[in-house]
Design a protein around this ligand. Sequence first.
Ligand code: CP
Ligand code: NVA
Length: 300
Amino acid sequence: MKHLLKLSDLSTEEIFGILNLADQLKYERKNNIRHHHLEGKKLGMIFQKSSTRTRVSFEVGMYELGGYALFLSDRDLQIGRGEPIKDTVRVLSRYLDGIMIRTFAQQDVEDLAAYGSIPIINGLTDYCHPCQVLADLMTIREYKGSLKGLKLCFVGDGNNMANSLIVGGLKTGMEVSVACPDHYRPDADILARGFATGRLTVTSDIKAAAKDADVLYTDVWASMGQEAEKAEREKVFRSYCVDSDLLSVAKPDAMVLHCLPAHRGEEITDEVFESHATEIFDEAENRLHAQKAVLVKLLK
Ligand code: CP
Ligand code: NVA
């Protein structure tokens, strides 16, 4: 594994290798066991979109591993004034040991890997969010003991989260169901590969998708960059809400997860969010542990 550009680039063994290391790093942190695997290493973090969790967990993660993280906003970088990404990365490769980037086009992340000479980590694009899903898989395994055979149901927009959950869920042996409006389905290449496993279903019927689910997952109706579509999306997605009525068709011990930030009263009710807050915030904490594992695998 040289980069983390998207989950489909990883084997099942590589995914479980990250999850196992993440569990170990979480244990070491809790027990104050020093784990300075990246002493002296430097990570650049390029942000072309906002972030709370990704920024803070990567920065704290590098610190806890004995390394250093630089926050690079595109408002300050020359990228914001048009310097090509393929030039930027050839320069940054001379200073840094790795780059995490949050941006719009997946192609920009692929270009960083193609033109640079250091590991590249995708911290979210319009296409996928692999770091989030590694933390999600870690959290589900913590609560359920194992992943194989569980039913993971995603409710809402067929966006970056839906894409990565399909890939990550199927690669780790889960069944995945997606409930989304017909014109907001996940990306066609992800669906084609998913349907070939025989363990993916996509429907606009949210109760059919959620039936007997072990995990219900949702995300915002309008992602970063789709602000202009917000009003239209509020109409289209009105019925795509994780509420207690939907939860009643899932397994009685079903988990509810959300990558955050959440919009209560839209994709999830306040009641469901608060009654599953422990697992949702464990999920957010696990961003730190899962990303530290990715950093160790790529930068050590
Ligand atoms: N879930 C997630 O990636 O959060 P941020 O946008 O705050 O980084
Ligand atoms: N789909 C959301 C995820 C945020 C973590 C977005 O792209 O804005």
